[in-house]
Design a protein around this ligand. Structure first.
Ligand code: FES
Length: 146
């Protein structure tokens, strides 16, 4: 399996690792198949701009690299712009991921959405295009609820 230089760079030197105290929104998602877990913390200001973002992951190298890149992409963006950042966009920013690792990039996208959902719930607002996050994601569409 071949990883691009950017994937290796973000895996070895992940950006924005950590936690944000009193974060505006926190989202945690897991992949039931591999057991990997990702948590995203967002700091969103009164104008709806994502001022800071941190992540923690218990996951594979591709999950670390995509989370790192995803946090770089959403930082400084408005909520609506952050909603546009799909896992495909993240993979492209990393110059690609091996096909069997594409599902790993979903963790970052879903964790960001879950954190935005948490923010929206706390502030009693509706974010266009945002749906209630799944607690578990996997390649197939099996719905699992805890
Ligand atoms: Fe689980 Fe990559 S193998 S997220």
């Amino acid at each position: 399996m071949m990883y691009t230089e950017k994937v290796m760079d973000h895996f070895q030197h992940p950006r924005n690792v950590g936690e944000i105290e009193n974060a505006s929104g926190v989202g945690t998602v897991g992949n039931a198949k591999c057991g990997d877990i990702m948590r995203i913390f967002l700091d969103i200001d009164d104008n709806g701009i994502i001022n800071d973002v941190k992540f923690k992951t218990f996951g594979c190298g591709a999950a670390v690299a995509t989370s790192s890149m995803a946090t770089e992409l959403v930082k400084g963006k408005s909520i609506q712009d952050a909603m546009e950042i799909t896992n495909k966009a993240v993979a492209e920013a990393l110059d690609g991921l091996p096909p069997i690792k594409m599902h790993c990039s979903l963790l970052a996208e879903e964790a960001i959405h879950a954190a935005l959902w948490d923010y929206a719930t706390k502030h009693n607002i509706k974010i266009e295009g945002l749906e209630k996050p799944k607690t578990d994601i996997s390649e197939d569409e099996t719905e699992e609820e805890y």
